[in-house]
Design a protein around this ligand. Structure first.
Ligand code: SF4
Ligand code: SF4
Length: 119
């Protein structure tokens, strides 16, 4: 399970108009095999590509969060299906909860540090 906030492109939807490529302020988007591709390292998450895509092929934070939540739950259910008893299943869920809480603490701590750097 993970958290990632850079927009991403639904390749099947992309019609290669290149509007996102032209609009991106950091040249993070290129065309690869006729489809737009975002370089996560260059993206500053400004959201311009999400807004300009005429076919809504680029997913932003909100859409992405929904997709990631569903993916996490799907992954968890897969793990749960492997174990036979309720006790093991509760343990798996408990571990995931601990892991996610830890990630939340790391993110909160990092945000705090970033705010300090900004000052
Ligand atoms: S969010 Fe902004 S920086 Fe990132 S790929 Fe889209 S236009 Fe470029
Ligand atoms: S704006 Fe949308 S359709 Fe056009 S190239 Fe970018 S992702 Fe593809």
């Amino acid at each position: 399970m993970g958290v990632c906030f850079v927009p991403w492109i639904k390749k099947k939807k992309c019609v290669a108009c290149k509007k996102c490529v032209k609009k991106c302020p950091t040249d993070a988007i290129s065309m690869v095999k006729g489809k737009a591709l975002i370089d996560d390292l260059k993206c500053i998450n400004c959201g311009k590509c999400v807004r300009i895509c005429p076919v809504k092929a680029i997913l932003g934070d909100k859409d992405k969060m929904d997709v990631e939540i569903k993916a996490n739950i799907k992954l968890l259910k897969k793990s749960l299906a492997k174990s036979k008893n309720k006790k093991d299943q509760r343990q798996i869920i408990g571990n995931q909860v601990l892991q996610l809480r830890m990630q939340r603490k790391v993110i909160k701590g990092t945000l705090k540090e970033l705010e300090n750097i900004k000052k």
